[in-house]
Design a protein. Structure first.
Ligand code: FEO
Length: 401
């Protein structure tokens, strides 16, 4: 039987681990898996907050049955309609035909579109409250964190925020849902990768949501993915605040490069050596042909400096570099220090395109971009080393400023 340890009196975790899925949204790797979280509040009106991916509906309903022992559910609150959370709403209505679904006008438009559900609805607006007996729930809109209908639900008595995708992370729960009971080390990189890939485009809406939530006293965050945050709550909120302002976590440089025959890679080595010789220890090097872009994006959110190397390919950028630039541009990542380098055989285009990209992003160009023709000899190796040095000097100039 599953772990029925309550989060608070009569509030239960009824989410599931997905250890099978290879890719979230069918493109983001899940080396540590993912959870779909749902919560059950037993009160005068029994209430469930969000459902789970439909592939896990049987496990989900079994967990509800284990607590309610044949009892019914009065309210289903839908904080977010994306199918990883609302995928089982149609089945939920079949199992509990009298359940009243709580959401906002946008929620209901989507539920009608996905499930044809348009009856027994309770619409809430910003700040509305709902008494479910001993407990009262209030609702706050959080549009674009991550879809336009997203809202969060606040439980007043134990000061619990049910936060939808916000503060969520990739990574299964191994043995317990509480961040106080499990080693949370594996989540920090995955929390950032989740943020960068899923919410990273929406920095302004996240800031708006954080300002709104600052007015609430919150002791526990029950997100839609990953641990229930209590012990690490301050850290998690602080990271979200930083990322949504596009501020770096720590000093360091990401080098992302593509290379077909090793010349651009040689320049990469020279740039990295220059950075370290200049006094910066954190240098993360990603070969775009080996590392999925989601991990590179995550590191770009972590560090302030980004240097990209690309060979010229068909008079353009190396395809996987082009894909990375698109992912960066979509997320409107701001305030980065940038530089670039590349190599070519008969026409040099990559460095021009990378330079134009930095202008589009309004990033500060550091050092002189290096463009190499044919094999890499001492002069260009040295130029790439100098580029790395220049980036290190710039980063050091920002210390304690
Ligand atoms: Fe976890 Fe936007 O769904």
């Amino acid at each position: 039987m599953y772990n029925k340890k309550p989060i608070a009196d009569n509030i239960f975790y009824i989410g599931v681990n997905d250890r099978q899925k290879e890719s979230f949204e069918n493109y983001l790797p899940l080396p540590e898996g993912v959870t779909y979280n749902s919560y059950l509040i037993v009160d005068k009106k029994t209430t469930v907050i969000d459902t789970v991916d439909i592939a896990f509906a049987d496990v989900f309903f079994a967990k509800i049955d284990a607590v309610l022992k044949g009892g019914t559910v009065d309210y289903l609150i839908v904080n977010h309609v994306e199918p990883d959370h609302a995928g089982s709403v149609g089945l939920f209505r079949q199992k509990y035909p009298n359940v009243i679904i709580v959401g906002n006008a946008k929620t209901f438009d989507m539920l009608n579109g996905y499930f044809g559900i348009n009856t027994r609805l309770h619409e809430v607006k910003e700040g509305d409250s709902l008494s479910i007996g001993r407990r009262t729930l209030s609702f706050y809109m959080a549009p674009m964190v991550h879809w336009p209908e997203v809202m969060v639900t606040y439980e007043h008595q134990d000061k619990i925020l049910f936060s939808a995708d916000a503060f969520g992370t990739f990574g299964t729960l191994n043995g317990d849902y509480s961040d106080a009971c499990i080693n949370t080390e594996k989540y920090w990189n995955e929390l950032r990768r989740y943020y960068a890939c899923i919410v990273g485009k929406f920095g302004v809406p996240v800031q708006n949501a954080l300002k709104k939530l600052a007015a609430l006293e919150i002791k526990t965050v029950c997100s839609a993915h990953g641990p229930v945050w209590q012990k690490e709550l301050t850290k998690v909120v602080s990271l979200y605040d930083k990322w949504s302002r596009y501020e770096e976590e720590e000093e360091g440089v990401v080098i992302a490069y593509g290379s077909m025959y090793g010349n651009t890679q040689q320049l990469t080595e020279a740039v990295a050596e220059g950075i370290v010789a200049g006094g910066i220890k954190n240098v993360v090097v990603h070969n775009v042909s080996k590392t999925d872009a989601s991990f590179i994006l995550s590191d770009i959110f972590k560090y302030k400096a980004l240097i990209i190397g690309s060979p010229t390919y068909m008079d353009g950028l190396y395809p996987l570099i082009e894909k990375l630039l698109s992912a960066i541009e979509i997320r409107r990542i701001k305030n980065r220090l940038f530089s670039c380098f590349g190599s070519f055989t008969w026409t040099g285009t990559a460095v021009k395109k990378l330079t134009a990209f930095s202008q589009t992003m309004k990033w500060e160009m550091i050092g002189a971009p290096v463009e190499n023709k044919h094999a890499v000899f001492e002069e260009k190796y040295q130029a790439a080393f100098e580029l790395g040095l220049a980036m290190a000097e710039k980063l050091k100039s920002l210390r304690c400023s």
